[in-house]
Design a protein around this ligand. Structure first.
Ligand SMILES: *Cc1c(COP(=O)(O)O)cnc(C)c1O
Length: 355
């Protein structure tokens, strides 16, 4: 019998949202961007010289790091690029968190952290959110005292709630361990709430970002991180030599250089989101106020799971989490105006059918 490490045998895999075959489906279950990437990305792909695939890519993604440094106003030595933020999360465990140590994070949040922790034999202390899903930061800080790191997703997934940057700074002032802020959805939030500006002041802060959501590049797998030079150097030591493929480096650069397009699609999604949230409330849902490209909502007229199954039959995919605190709720990604209209029509008729 092949030998497999005990903790890997027992590991519960991360479960991503379903990926249906293409066709007439409304797919609002993975927080993918409703719109295609910038035309400059398509252009960069067309211009990419396939003969260059013979060569290895730049192992340090230098051009991309330097462009990110100038867009975000940080030093190049404070930037890391990875094969999606998922890779960076895994590297962070490799580089920073000892086996048998502990991390603290709110519950509910992005479940990949638990999987990554299990894989690296790190324990997780979950701090339950308040009744309205806001983060109990005092309790989180207390849990953090017994832990090597605190992880926060901001805006949080799956709630869409934002912790003000002042609260994050207060946390940093009172905590000596590592603080990881995952800002995968920050571009969809109100401006000036990012923790990136705190990087210089707090050497124990790491901010994660991604091209997967706001830049509409989930398929290209490019994530990035900002932190003190020392942390970036540690991630560099642990990464595979060529962690980010050459094509994705070009694609991400092209997307980054089209900030006007980013603003356009992000604004459109925010408008759709706010309109859709209002429609949901009128349709009999409790809605958590979201600053991301999804909303967490609870149907008052049916069980969330029954509604989820009904939508599936209509080839409409949303996210249902059969776990404590979330099993009354659905997370619905914000699609195009047309998709959200199909969505709300379908919910309206579901409501009539259930009542
Ligand atoms: C979608 C998401 C990411 C993105 O991961 P990538 O590997 O960059 O695609 C990261 N963090 C959270 C909380 C997410 O929801």
């Amino acid at each position: 019998m092949a030998m497999i490490k005990k903790h890997i045998r027992e590991l519960v895999s991360y479960v991503p949202g379903e990926q249906p075959e293409a066709g007439s489906v409304v797919k609002l279950n993975q927080n993918e961007n409703a719109y295609p990437p910038s035309p400059r990305v398509i252009e960069a792909m067309r211009e990419f010289d396939g003969r260059l695939l013979r060569q290895y890519p730049d192992s340090a993604s230098r051009e991309l790091r330097s462009a990110l440094a100038s867009v975000y106003g940080v030093k190049e030595s404070q930037v890391f690029c990875g094969n999606g933020s998922d890779e960076i999360i895994s590297l962070l465990f490799k580089a920073c968190l000892d086996e048998n140590s502990k991390i603290a994070m709110p519950y509910p949040t992005y479940s990949l952290y638990k999987t990554a922790a299990d894989m690296h034999r790190v324990a997780c202390e979950f701090v339950p959110a308040n009744g309205d899903f806001t983060v109990d930061t005092d309790r989180l800080l207390r849990a953090g005292e017994q832990a090597q790191a605190i992880f926060l997703v901001n805006p949080n997934n799956p709630t869409g709630l934002v912790l003000p940057v002042e609260t994050i700074e207060a946390l940093l002032k009172n905590y000596r361990g590592l603080v990881v802020i995952d800002e995968a959805y920050m571009d969809f939030a109100e401006p000036d709430q990012s923790a990136v500006r705190l990087i210089d002041a707090y050497a124990n802060l790491m901010v994660l970002r991604t091209f997967s959501k706001s830049y509409a590049l989930g398929g290209a797998r490019v994530g990035y991180a900002f932190a003190d030079d020392r942390f970036i150097a540690a991630l560099d030591k642990c990464k595979d030599s060529y962690n980010l493929n050459g094509m994705s480096q070009r694609i991400a650069l092209a997307a980054l250089h089209d900030q006007a397009y980013l603003r356009t699609i992000v604004n459109r999604i925010r408008q759709t989101r706010d309109r859709f949230a209002g429609q949901l409330e009128r349709c009999g849902f409790e809605v958590i106020p979201s600053q991301a490209n999804f909303v967490l909502c609870r149907p008052r007229f049916a069980h969330a799971e029954a509604l989820y199954r009904r939508l599936l039959q209509q080839r409409i995919y949303v996210r249902y989490f059969p776990v404590p605190r979330l099993d009354d709720w659905l997370r619905i990604s914000i699609g195009t105006e047309e998709e959200m209209e199909i969505m709300i029509n379908s919910l309206t008729s579901a409501r009539a059918a259930f009542m």
